[in-house]
Every structure is written in C-alpha cells, then in structure tokens.
Design a protein around this ligand. Structure first.
Ligand SMILES: Cc1cc2nc3c(=O)[nH]c(=O)nc-3n(C[C@H](O)[C@H](O)[C@H](O)COP(=O)(O)OP(=O)(O)OC[C@H]3O[C@@H](n4cnc5c(N)ncnc54)[C@H](O)[C@@H]3O)c2cc1C
Length: 298
C-alpha cells in the first residue's frame, strides 16, 4: 500500500499530526518505537485540560482519539532507514518491514544527554529536571541544587530563579560559568561549589545527597541540570535537511522542510520543548501536507 503520509515518531507532535491527517481523509501510517523524551516523568504540566497528566495516560487518550478515524494505522516499530526514490519514500523498520508513502512527517523528537555523573539517571525526571517551565512550580519551596555541568548553565540558573531563589550551583569542576557570571551570582548570594561530584545518592528516584570526590557531602532533595539535547533519530542529517542554528530541522510555518515531500514538527524542529507546542507543530505539518496535496491535485 502507498500511504499518503508516513508519520515517523508518535509523541504529541506525531500523534497530533496523525489526527489532523486522519480527519483530513488521508491514509496515514504512524510508526513509533514508544521511547518518548518524557517517559522518565510521572506527571506532565502546562497542557491546558491535561495539566498533571501521566505521560502514559496522555498516550492512551491520544490513541483513543486516533482509533476513531479509519485512515490511520499505528505500528509500534523503530524506523531504521528512509530512502526517497521516484517521488516515493521507502521506509524500513528494525522489524524488517518496508512501508511506502508519498510524504513523510519527521516527529522523532530529541534525546537528553545528561552530564556524566554516577547515579544521575536514577533521579532524572523524578527529583532532577531540566525544564523549570515543566517542573518549577512543584519545586518552588524546595532548596535546590543546579548541576551546571554544560553549556547554557547560567541561562538555566537564571530561569530556575524565576520559581525558586534557594539554589546552590555545582559546576562539577567544569568551566561552565564565566568570571562575569560568577560575579553576578555572588551579588545575588547564590553559592557556587566547584568540587567534582563523585556520585548522586538517594532511593526510589528521590535524590538525597550529592557526594563530592573530596569527601564532602551536600544534602539536597531536588534540583535542575543543564541537559544537552540532540536529535533522537539520524534522519535529518542522513536526508540532508537544512537545520537551524539550534540544531532543529528548519521548516516553514506549515512544517515544510528544505526537501519536497518531507515535513517536520515537534521538538526535533522547533521549540521551546513543550508538549502543547510539539502537538501544535505536528498539527501545522499535517496541515502543510494536506494543503500541498490539494494544491497539486485540485
Ligand atoms: C524530564 C522531562 C519532563 C518534561 N515535562 C514536561 C512537562 O511537564 N510539560 C511539557 O509541556 N513538556 C515536558 N517535557 C517536554 C516534552 O516531553 C517534549 O517537549 C515533548 O515530548 C516533545 O514531543 P515530540 O512529539 O516532539 O517528541 P517526543 O515526545 O520525544 O516523541 C518522539 C517519538 O518518536 C519516537 N521515535 C524516535 N525515533 C524513532 C524512530 N527511529 N522510529 C520510530 N519512532 C521513533 C520516540 O520513541 C517517541 O515516541 C518534559 C521533558 C522531559 C525530558
């Protein structure tokens, strides 16, 4: 079967794109390997009517919406390759299956690359977070650690201070803050610890102690980190799509990329990374697909 559109990635962007395409009477295949960025969290915030929803529940509700439209097929498969040839996209999956589509929407999202600190993965998404818009409200009264081991650390601290000014910064021995930034932090009485971290300790996702290599310890139950974000899938690079300065896939307001027939939406294209923004991006890409079909065929 030749699908009108293959949506690659079924987070909020791909799910909303599929909804708009299915309602737009298109034959759609949604290919998703079910490893969204926010899988580590228990609650999602900032999506009106869905504030506080568990990511798993969000997905269940989305699948229920998609099931209403017969043109939508959902396959839980990891896409390994996409080859454009003769105006058709040939899609291969890890399961060894092949699919063909006239257009594709890339909505594969981003992946977080966390600082290389022992134990950090045990707490990411439960007591350590990267986005204050997502989790700042819940931590507004809790003394925080900010692990400033990476680029944009100062910006991250500034943003977190909107919710909570009780912050201790740990640079983990990295040169992540300039002398000017350190001066500003000192004036604001935000302590900076430059000792290297040995490990993070706690249990059941709850951070308790930061242990330093010099034997010192800091008791903190929550905090933020400056996580690096990368494309979760290699297709933008492999297909030769134009990227933005921030590393996202460059699109026009309807999700059209630099290559005809390829559309993109969600964290992997534009941000800021938020569920509601990703869903809207997916919607715009689907509207782009349908608009272009109409323009070509009417
Ligand atoms: C810890 C944490 C907490 C967050 N909390 C919030 C919050 O409270 N509120 C909020 O608005 N946002 C929150 N976010 C951000 C939010 O999760 C993202 O902005 C949103 O999920 C982006 O949606 P997306 O559809 O672009 O990508 P994703 O949700 O990442 O979905 C991408 C999908 O593509 C699939 N995929 C990737 N590669 C392939 C492939 N090769 N083949 C098949 N499928 C593939 C993945 O498995 C995944 O299902 C949080 C993020 C993190 C990390």
């Amino acid at each position: 079967m030749l699908y009108d559109c293959a949506v690659i990635g079924g987070g909020p962007a791909g799910l909303n794109a599929s909804l708009v395409l299915g309602r737009g009477r298109k034959e759609v295949i949604l290919l998703d390997d079910d490893a969204p960025r926010n899988a580590v969290t228990q609650e999602s915030h900032n999506f009106i009517t869905r504030d506080g929803i568990e990511p798993v529940e969000f997905r269940k509700a989305a699948y229920a919406d998609l099931k209403k439209y017969p043109g939508i097929v959902i396959q839980k498969e990891r896409v390994t390759d996409i080859n454009p040839a003769d105006a058709v996209f040939h899609i291969q999956t890890e399961a060894g299956k092949n699919y063909e589509a006239k257009t594709i929407i890339l909505s594969t999202g981003l992946k977080d690359v966390l600082p290389d600190i022992e134990g950090i993965h045990n707490f990411y998404g439960t007591s350590l977070f990267s986005c204050p818009f997502c989790d700042g409200w819940e931590l507004k009264d809790t003394p925080l650690i900010f692990i400033a081991d990476g680029a944009f650390s100062f910006h991250g601290v500034k943003m977190v201070s909107n919710w909570n000014k009780n912050i201790v910064i740990c640079t983990n021995g990295k040169e992540s803050l300039s002398p000017e930034q350190r001066d500003i932090l000192a004036k604001k009485q935000i302590e900076v610890i430059d000792d290297e971290i040995l490990r993070l300790q706690g249990e059941n996702g709850q951070l308790k102690t930061v242990q330093f290599k010099n034997g010192k310890e800091l008791h903190k139950e929550a905090g933020f980190i400056s996580a690096k974000m990368e494309q979760a899938a290699p297709f933008a690079e492999r297909l030769g799509l134009e990227l933005t300065d921030m590393g996202g896939i460059k699109t026009d307001p309807y999700g059209r990329t630099s290559i005809k027939g390829i559309y993109a939406g969600g964290d992997n294209a534009a941000g800021p990374p938020q569920l509601v923004i990703a869903a809207s991006e997916g919607s715009k890409a689907a509207i782009g697909v349908i608009t272009d079909f109409v323009e070509e065929t009417f």
